[in-house]
Write a new protein. Structure first.
Length: 180
């Protein structure tokens, strides 16, 4: 396991808390979308890729996405205003694992934006297909075209929030965050 200094852990925690607060604020939107226009749900999922993308882009180290999303997930799960409680923790943690996989496959030798974006394409596609199957199976999306829209929105959302995370990371790096 990689050595994660206290400084690095605290930096990941700061990113995790900031994005966890964002998750709490937008949490109610998920319920509204799922009950009114479920095919649009894919557009929301990319938000959960933001903390890991910021951490990976800033530090380019192993496990930073997982540690950061762990803090975000914990904060979201224990929030009194978030109605799902601990049910949100496992899916959020899974996203951290998905973000670490492209770098882990190369044994953390390719800690690049390109690898992160490639992982985002794979993750967005997998999640889009998963949402389309689950929501179509529950007859929430009665059309194959809505299933396709769901998948496309999930892919676009994951890509957009991963790119946004790396843009924020570049700004943090210019400000001196993440330098040794």
């Amino acid at each position: 396991m990689a050595h994660l200094s206290t400084r690095l852990l605290l930096s990941c925690a700061a990113i995790g808390v900031a994005t966890g607060l964002l998750f709490i604020v937008t949490g109610g939107l998920h319920v509204v979308v799922l009950t009114t226009v479920p095919w649009l749900y894919g557009a929301l999922i990319g938000l959960y890729f933001l903390p890991g993308a910021i951490a990976q882009g800033t530090f380019r180290r192993s496990l930073v996405a997982l540690v950061t999303i762990l803090v975000s997930g914990l904060l979201t799960a224990v929030s009194p205003v978030q109605s799902l409680g601990w049910a949100v923790f496992a899916p959020i943690l899974l996203i951290g694992v998905l973000q670490e996989l492209p770098w882990a496959v190369t044994r953390y030798r390719q800690c690049t934006r390109r690898a992160a974006m490639t992982g985002a394409v794979v993750s967005g596609t997998l999640l889009g297909v998963l949402f389309a199957v689950v929501l179509h199976g529950r007859a929430l999306t009665p059309s194959i075209w809505l299933d396709i829209a769901q998948g496309a929105l999930a892919l676009a959302s994951v890509l957009a929030f991963t790119a946004l995370g790396w843009t924020v990371a570049a700004a943090l790096h210019r400000a001196g965050v993440g330098r040794s």
